[in-house]
Design a protein around this ligand. Structure first.
Ligand code: ZN
Length: 421
């Protein structure tokens, strides 16, 4: 799939002798802060959208969190290889298309295009591999057939299910290792999030669908697993293995994907490759509005495109999101944009006061601020602390002597201060 245009990311000079640190990131599986240390290249997979009701602020906050991670890696000198999927054939999309009388492909195309425009406006770095499920049907069918051959999948009618028990016996993967959830919670979440624990004939109620046989009125494709279409979790396992390889650096997404999606994507990948999916499993918190989690089903979505249509500067949307720690659950208030606008103006005003001559002390203050921004972001992407550090510096009404601060704010926080928009 075509991606959106990448923003420019200026290089930020590093004072001689300062160490380049890899970011510390909270790992859901171990429940600890761990070093997100790349091998030669940082390999990142973040689950993409199901293209309907894009792009609400919950989506934007998640992609922004992993955009920040990429910026920290790049600043530390690592090359980043980033892959993302698009779930462009799945039950919720097909249901929405049927409800509204729109062809599911047309709905997906329109929503993917809107998502691209929103991501570009927010200056989110695009993935290197942006892969729609409909582009890899054949590969997913083959992966399903491999799992059947290895005895880690079974047929139920025309459908194919992943055999959790067989996979645990054969592959380096244990159910619950990532989410840490008990079985009762898993069963409840499975029912709530696209699973079918009550279906008769499954070996384990939690076994997820790998391949769905043809149904009247649903799209289907021929494949090595038979005619049908992919289940949900297997798409990400296959796309990640194809483009990033096994055991990559960070698997990311919203915290509502921890179970079953990420847990079982990791299971499928381990069953296919014989290795863990990723080293670090990182999850962004949920955004609420009107007192409830922002979600399609509740209808309380605040869309990035809606804010843009109302004239919001995308930099203020970005700043409003960065004001919250990515891992926390938080609530969006309409006043957030006003606060972000005040902050943006204060920062712009600070960098516009150029000193007539070089002032060694001011230059040291600028270097100290950039060091504080770097330290905050390195510590589990602590953007609120980074923003406060800039606020404090700007409040001292400095006369700016170098371009270090605006460069760092652009490169690390994605906010170009000098441009009008
Ligand atoms: Zn995924």
């Amino acid at each position: 799939m075509r991606v959106w245009n990448a923003p420019e990311v200026p290089a930020v000079p590093r004072p001689d002798g300062t160490a380049v640190d890899v970011p510390l990131l909270y790992d859901t599986a171990s429940g600890q802060l761990v070093e997100a240390r790349p091998d030669d290249v940082a390999r990142l997979y973040v689950c993409g959208i199901t293209p309907y009701d894009a792009t609400h602020l919950g989506h934007a906050a998640t992609y922004l969190a992993f955009d920040t991670l990429q910026r920290v890696w790049r600043d530390a000198g690592y090359r980043v290889h980033y892959a993302q999927n698009i779930t462009d054939v799945d039950d919720p999309l097909l249901e929405r298309a049927a409800q509204t009388g729109v062809d599911w492909r047309a709905l997906a195309d329109e929503q993917i295009d809107l998502f691209r425009r929103d991501m570009e406006a927010l200056r989110i770095l695009p993935p290197d591999d942006y892969v729609a499920v409909t582009e890899v049907i054949e590969q997913i069918g083959r992966a399903t057939s491999i799992l059947l051959d290895r005895g880690m999948a079974y047929r139920l009618g025309d459908d194919v299910y992943f055999d959790i028990q067989a996979a645990q016996d054969a592959a380096p993967w244990v159910l619950g290792e990532e989410s840490g959830l008990d079985r009762a919670t898993m069963l409840a979440l499975s029912a709530e999030r696209g699973g079918d624990p009550d279906r008769a004939g499954k070996r384990d109620p939690l076994d997820p669908l790998l391949w769905r046989g043809p149904r009247p009125g649903e799209p289907s494709w021929p494949s090595e697993a038979g005619e049908g279409r992919p289940g949900w979790h297997i798409e990400c396992s296959v796309i990640a293995l194809m483009h990033l390889g096994r055991d990559f650096t960070v698997q990311g997404g919203g915290s509502d994907l921890v179970f079953p999606h990420h847990e079982l994507s990791a299971g499928h990948a381990a069953a296919l490759s014989g290795h863990p999916l990723a080293r670090v499993y990182s999850h962004a918190g949920m955004v609420a509005y009107d007192g409830k989690k922002m979600s399609k089903s509740l209808g309380n979505l605040v869309l990035v495109s809606g804010l843009r249509e109302q004239g919001a500067d995308p930099r203020t949307i970005r700043l409003a999101l960065l004001a919250h720690h990515y891992r926390s659950d938080w609530e969006w208030f309409d006043s957030a944009l006003d606060e972000a606008r005040l902050r943006l103006t204060a920062w712009q005003s600070a960098i516009s006061r150029r000193a007539d001559e070089v002032d060694a002390e001011a230059a040291l203050e600028e270097a100290a601020l950039v060091a504080r921004i770097r330290a905050a972001l390195r510590n589990d992407l602590d953007t609120p602390s980074a923003l406060r550090a800039v606020d404090q510096w700007a409040a001292t009404r400095p006369a700016v002597v170098t371009d270090l601060v605006p460069r760092a704010i652009d490169a690390l926080l994605g906010i170009p201060l000098a441009t009008a928009r």
